[in-house]
Design a binder for this molecule. Structure first.
Ligand SMILES: NC(=O)c1ccc[n+]([C@@H]2O[C@H](COP(=O)([O-])OP(=O)(O)OC[C@H]3O[C@@H](n4cnc5c(N)ncnc54)[C@H](O)[C@@H]3O)[C@@H](O)[C@H]2O)c1
Ligand SMILES: O=P(O)(O)OC[C@@H](O)[C@@H](O)[C@H](O)[C@H](O)CO
Length: 510
C-alpha cells in the first residue's frame, strides 16, 4: 500500500485506470455483445444531466432511469453524463456507445445486464460550452450530482480558491460543479426559461440543503439578483441513496470477461440491495421513479441521518479499525468475530442515539448492514472507506458521539472508532505497514496525530473538525484511554470492549 497525501482539489485516486480493451477474439466487445438494453435508446429524451459519473451513479441512479425505459414506463429521462475531473470515464463510455455492464453480485451468483440510460458524455474541461448549453437547454429538467461530500463547501465558498475564482471571473469556463449550475441557470433566466431541479445524490446529512447553499453562495458571488431568481425557480430536494458499490478493479473487469464473455472496459459490480428515498420537490416535473422502487417522502432527513450515521459511520469505523489490524476488504474483516462484534457494538450505540425513523426497525436495519458488509461476493476495499475521512468522520461518526455524550449513552465503540481514525492518520498499521491516507488534510492531520500519540489534544485542537465535541467533558479522557488501548493492537482493543460488555452483562444478570 502507498501513503498518498493527496489534496481533494486534485483528482482523487478514484478508480483504477480503465483497462485496455481485450479484443483478443475470446470475448465480445460492447456494444456488439448486447445490441440494445431492451428498449430503443434513440427514443430517450435527454432530460437529466448528471455531474460526477463514477461507479455509484452507474450502479444506482442510471439503473433506475434504465428501469423506467426498460419497463416501458417512460423514455423521458435519458442522461447526459458530465465529468469535471478526469477524462477516462468519457473516453471509455464513448468507445462503448455509452453502454456499460452492471453486475449485481448476490448469493445466487451474478445478475448481468447492460445499462442504456446514459446517452451522452461531456468532459467539461474539454468543452465547457457544451455543458453550459446542455444545462441551458429547455429539455433539461433535472440535474443530479455525485461529486463526493468534499466538493460541497463547508460554509461560504472560498473566493481565493482558483476553481471558485473561475466560477466568478470566467463563468464561461467555471471551475466547480456549482459554477456550472449557476452559469447554466443564468442562461436559462436570460432566455426566459424556468429552472431545473438539482438533486444531490452524495452521502450527506441534508444533501439538498448543502447543494442549495453551495449554488446560492456561488450565485451571490456573481449577482444577487440571479441568486434571488434561483431561490424562486430551483428546488433542491434531499435524497437518501444506498447501494454498496466498490471500485472496479482490472481483476474484476477481467473476471467479468471470463465468466460472462463481455469485454467491457469499465463495468460496475454492485450488491443486490438498492435504496433511493427522495423528497418530493421537483420544480420541472418529477420522473415517475416510484414506478421502479424509489420512495418519495416529504422529509428525507430522518432517513439520511439513519443511513449516514449507521451505514457510513460503521463503514468508517470498520475501515479504520480493520485496516490497522491488517485486513484489506470488508468481507475479510467481517469474517473475523472480533471485528464483526465491534461493528455490531458500534451500530447498537448509534441506534441508541437516533430518533424514530418512520417505518424502520433500527435493530433489523443494523442486522441487514452486518449482513451486507459481510457479503463475500463483493470485494470492497477498506481503503475506499478510509478516503476523505476528514470530511466523512465529522459527518458520519462525530454526531453520534456527541449525542451519546450528551445523553450519557453507551459510547465505547464510538470512541474507539474515533481513536482508530486518529491512529490511522499516523499512516501505518499495527505491523508497521504503510496505510493509504488520501485526504485533503493528510499532511496536517498526520503531523498532529504523530505529535499527540496517545494524547488526542493536538487533533482535538482542530475545532473545524471536532466543533463543540472537543470540549465536551470526558471526551478527551475517553479518547486517550482508547488510543492507549490501541497501542496493544486494534484487535486487542476491540476484544477488550467485548470482554467488558460480557462482564457487565454477567454482573447485571447476577
Ligand atoms: N460507492 C458507493 O458505495 C456509494 C454509495 C452511496 C453513495 N455514494 C456517493 O456517491 C459519490 C460518488 O461515489 P463513487 O463511489 O461513485 O465514487 P467515484 O470515485 O467512482 O466517482 C466520484 C465522481 O465524482 C467526481 N468528483 C470528485 N470530486 C469532484 C469535485 N470536487 N467536483 C466534481 N466532481 C468530482 C469524480 O470525477 C467522479 O466522477 C460519493 O459522494 C459517495 O459518497 C457512493
Ligand atoms: O462514499 P463515501 O466515501 O462517502 O463513503 C464510503 C462508503 O461508506 C459508502 O460509499 C457506502 O458504500 C455507500 O454509502 C453505501 O450506500
Amino acid at each position: 500500500m502507498t501513503v498518498t497525501h493527496a489534496r481533494t482539489d486534485a483528482p482523487a485516486p478514484l478508480s483504477p485506470e480503465p483497462p485496455a480493451p481485450l479484443h483478443d477474439g475470446s470475448v465480445a466487445a460492447l456494444p456488439d455483445a448486447v445490441a440494445v438494453p431492451g428498449y430503443d435508446r434513440s427514443q430517450l429524451e435527454p432530460a437529466v444531466v448528471h455531474i460526477g459519473v463514477g461507479g455509484f451513479h452507474r450502479a444506482h441512479q442510471a439503473v433506475y432511469f434504465d428501469e423506467l425505459a426498460r419497463a416501458g414506463v417512460s423514455t423521458g429521462w435519458g442522461i447526459t453524463g458530465v465529468g469535471l475531473r478526469s477524462p477516462q470515464m468519457g473516453e471509455v463510455l464513448g468507445d462503448q456507445d455509452h453502454l456499460y455492464t452492471l453486475v449485481v453480485r448476490g448469493p445466487e451468483g451474478d445478475d448481468v445486464r447492460v445499462i442504456g440510460s446514459l446517452v451522452r458524455y461531456l468532459f467539461a474541461p474539454d468543452d465547457p460550452e457544451a455543458v453550459l448549453a446542455t444545462l441551458a437547454d429547455p429539455r433539461t429538467r433535472l440535474v443530479t450530482l455525485t461529486i463526493t461530500g468534499s466538493a460541497y463547501p463547508a460554509g461560504e465558498p472560498d473566493p481565493e480558491d482558483p476553481d471558485v475564482r473561475a466560477d466568478v471571473a470566467t463563468p464561461g469556463t467555471p471551475g466547480t460543479a456549482f459554477g456550472f449550475l449557476v452559469e447554466g441557470l443564468r442562461r436559462r433566466r436570460a432566455a426566459g426559461l424556468a429552472g431545473f431541479t438539482v438533486l444531490s445524490c452524495d452521502n450527506a446529512q441534508h444533501s439538498g440543503d448543502l447543494a442549495r447553499a453551495a449554488v446560492l453562495a456561488t450565485a451571490r458571488l456573481r449577482d444577487v439578483g440571479l441568486a434571488g431568481w434561483i431561490e424562486e425557480q430551483v428546488t433542491f430536494p434531499g435524497s437518501m441513496v444506498d447501494r454498496i458499490t466498490p471500485e472496479t478493479t482490472p481483476e474484476g473487469r477481467d473476471a467479468i470477461a471470463r465468466r460472462h464473455g463481455i469485454d467491457d472496459r469499465w463495468p460496475v459490480i454492485t450488491e443486490p440491495f438498492s435504496q433511493w428515498i427522495v423528497e418530493d420537490r421537483f420544480c420541472a416535473g418529477r420522473p415517475p421513479l416510484d414506478e421502479v422502487g424509489v420512495q418519495f417522502v416529504d422529509d428525507v432527513r430522518p432517513f439520511e441521518i439513519m443511513k449516514t450515521r449507521m451505514l457510513n459511520g460503521a463503514h468508517s469505523a470498520l475501515g479504520h479499525l480493520a485496516s490497522l489490524a491488517g485486513f484489506s476488504t470488508t468481507a475479510e474483516a467481517m469474517a473475523d468475530p472480533t471485528i464483526r462484534g465491534f461493528v455490531r457494538g458500534y451500530l447498537h450505540e448509534v441506534a441508541r442515539g437516533l430518533l424514530q425513523v418512520p417505518g424502520v426497525d433500527l435493530d433489523a436495519y443494523a442486522d441487514t448492514l452486518v449482513e451486507r458488509f459481510s457479503n463475500p461476493q463483493i470485494s470492497d476495499e477498506l481503503a475506499r472507506l478510509c478516503r476523505r475521512s476528514s470530511t466523512k468522520v465529522p459527518t458520519y461518526v462525530l454526531p453520534s458521539v456527541q449525542v451519546a455524550l450528551d445523553h450519557a449513552g453507551p459510547r465505547e465503540h464510538l470512541v474507539l472508532a474515533v481513536a482508530a481514525w486518529m491512529r490511522y492518520l499516523r499512516g501505518t498499521d499495527d505491523d508497521g505497514r504503510a496505510l493509504e491516507v488520501t485526504d485533503a488534510l493528510a499532511d496536517e492531520l498526520r503531523a498532529l496525530a504523530e505529535l499527540g500519540g496517545t494524547d488526542p489534544h493536538p487533533l482535538l485542537g482542530r475545532t473545524d473538525l471536532f466543533g463543540a465535541l472537543a470540549a465536551t467533558p470526558g471526551f478527551a479522557q475517553e479518547l486517550e484511554a482508547a488510543l492507549t488501548g490501541l497501542e496493544d493492537g486494534a484487535l486487542a482493543a476491540a476484544a477488550a470492549l467485548q470482554r467488558d460488555a460480557g462482564v457487565e452483562a454477567q454482573e447485571s444478570a447476577a
